[in-house]
Write a protein that binds this ligand. Sequence first.
Ligand code: FNR
Length: 382
Amino acid sequence: MRANVFDYQLAAERFLPAFAYGYLEGGAEQSVTMRRNRRAFEETLFAPRVGVDVSVLDTTTRVADRPLAWPAIVGPTGLNGLFRHRAEESLARQAHAAGLPFALSTASTSLIESVREASNGDLWLQLYVQRDRRIAEDMMRRARACDFSTLLLTVDTAVSGQRDHYRRTGFTLPIRWTPRMIWDVASHPRWCGAVGLHGIPKLVNLARSAGLSGDLAEQAAAMSREMDMSLSWGDLAWVRRHWPGRIFVKGVQRVADAQLAVAHGADGIVLSNHGGRQLDGVPSPLEMLQETVAALPSHVDVIVDGGIRRGSDIVKAVALGARAVLLGRAPLYGLAAEGETGCADVLALLRQELHTCLRLLGCPRVAALDPTYLAAVPHLPT
Ligand code: FNR
């Protein structure tokens, strides 16, 4: 096992062609927001208690009325087939082994049905809504049939953020094999060996729900650009008609919107700026967490994401009122670096760091965390 999540990130960078690592890691524009996501954690400081019996820990919590072994969820990320063959099956299996739910992205490269076959754990579906609403309806139907428990409706992606690195590396969907791309792939023989032709991303879930056949990669890629930009609060009623389980709105970035989500029937929200990949120049979700939690009824679950790379980051988020965190890049670093074992190792590292942090903080129960365990809440100078 490597020393920490950052070491897996370095290994992932070495393993992947530049275009694939750029897709994994890159933020939007100047990455102001992406850096701020990390800074918010780094500048939130602990106020440890001593003289507390920390011999027995309880890290369990409940989200969407289901038990979690510790307060994290392996979050939804698209195009994971770029990193490893059958990546989403690996993520689902390892999330379950770690006692966590796994959220499958609409832009996944494995079918809902095969992810369910790979894991009998708690599976969530992340939904992007295309202009042709029947696609989302079909995806929800398939996920329900596979006993997925919870829906994450992502609302921060009317268009993709401005990601300069796509231009730099030549990454497009569908992939265009320019000389630069061919060179990039050819100079990463280990990736070629491990992923090979499977590494050409195919948005198979979108394609199946749209009833596409033929050149799936091409058609589904075209469709993925057809986001329904008219999606608005009133549409939550439409989602609710198709999804009887829990619904979280993912990508909320202001208190008033969190209240609107709940008023329109959401069971919870994910405070998120999409890991700094969408609108650059917004604050970290951590900075608005306390205020948001205070403005919502106590039965509403608030999840937070963006920049979680340490077990102690999870402790900080929960102390500020989050029920749990979503992990975005961290498990992907492990997966890209070393396949399924790497993903398992990253989750094990985070869990072990969480245990160490709780003991050193003098708080043996995750459920007892509150802001009194923190010395300073970030108000970062811009
Ligand atoms: C994402 N994210 C994302 N979110 C979503 O709702 N649907 C998606 O398909 C994707 N795809 C995606 C791909 C990749 C490569 C990354 C890194 C992220 C956003 C993700 O769910 C989460 O909000 C952020 O990744 C959290 O930030 P960190 O942990 O990556 O810093």
